[in-house]
Design a protein around this ligand. Structure first.
Ligand SMILES: C[S@@+](CC[C@H](N)C(=O)[O-])C[C@H]1O[C@@H](n2cnc3c(N)ncnc32)[C@H](O)[C@@H]1O
Length: 278
């Protein structure tokens, strides 16, 4: 069978299950199997071996059950770098990239010691370390398996010397002072997890999604703890859920923080808040 034919068949199977990204998914899966880029696959029509076709069908059937492509391929791109990902850690999201630029700008040429709360794959921590040579970071997560995944990424990116990863909750961080605390905490309202798309609710870790009864449980903990672990003029950089802007602003104000920057996503929702202690 030719590549274009296989893509059409795979795409049709996925479309029948209402998978919106059916075409691109079929292309990504086939390029993964043939170990080529999607671009090359589309330009260079070729024959597929029987074994590769079998593997293609097998992976299409996983996607049919709504398993995210990132978990199937065990990788996701974040700020132009591939991160290893398995189902124990949240798949890095494009909106999380919004957190990084202001941090890079603010701490360029400076020495930076930072804490990444809920590091998951380590995408935030490793992006900062990659882009700021004078930085050192500590990444923590309550999920041991997520820490193992982040360790793989840390090693692959050869950043071990400037970072450590620990399976800890934010509540247990004492006797340390950071220039920056950054976090993309779980912020989904518990009872709304059921309304998320199947790709997310069936496959992504609950611990990475569940923000408690109002979605703000972990955000509160991070803000509260940051009061005692930030250095003078230190920065707290938070990703928040759409619609949480006012509530998070209030919690920050009540804890003595002054907001210095807010960043909106392409739907015009505030998704990142940068603040400092007054
Ligand atoms: C939304 S995910 C973010 C993962 C990654 N930082 C990213 O942006 O892709 C939140 C992470 O916080 C972790 N987490 C939840 N509660 C925590 C706590 N109290 N202390 C530390 N990490 C926590 C979860 O296990 C999960 O990996």
């Amino acid at each position: 069978m030719r590549t274009s034919e296989a893509i059409n068949i795979g795409s049709k199977i996925l479309r029948n299950k209402n998978i919106v990204s059916h075409k691109i998914d079929a292309e990504i899966i086939l390029s993964h199997i043939l170990k080529t880029s999607r671009e090359k696959l589309l330009i260079n029509e070729q024959d597929i071996s029987h074994t590769d076709l079998k593997r293609f069908k097998k992976i299409i059937s996983r996607r049919l059950k709504k398993e995210p492509i990132a978990y199937i391929l065990n990788k996701k791109e974040f700020r132009s770098k591939d991160f290893y990902v398995v189902k124990n850690s949240l798949i890095p999201r494009p909106e999380t990239e919004l957190l990084i630029d202001p941090i890079i700008k603010k701490f360029k040429e400076k020495r930076l010691y930072f804490l990444d709360v809920g590091t998951g794959t380590g995408c935030i921590m490793l992006s900062i370390l990659n882009e700021l040579n004078n930085s050192r970071g500590l990444g923590i997560d309550i999920c041991n398996k997520a820490i193992s995944v982040a360790k793989v990424n840390l090693k692959t990116m050869n950043l071990n010397r400037r970072a450590s990863l620990k399976c800890r909750s934010i509540d247990t961080i004492y006797n340390k002072k950071f220039d920056l605390v950054v976090s993309n905490p779980p912020y989904v309202v518990k009872r709304e997890i059921n309304q998320l798309s199947e790709d997310i609710k069936k496959f992504e870790p609950q611990k990475a999604l569940d923000g408690g009864h109002d979605g703000l449980d972990v955000i509160r903990k991070v803000i509260y703890k940051s009061k005692s672990i930030l250095k003078l003029n230190g920065i707290l950089a938070l990703e928040i859920g759409s619609g949480q802007n006012n509530s998070v602003s209030t919690i920050l104000r009540l804890n003595g923080f002054r907001e210095i920057k807010k960043i909106k996503d392409y739907k015009d929702n505030v998704r990142c808040i940068f603040s400092t202690l007054i």
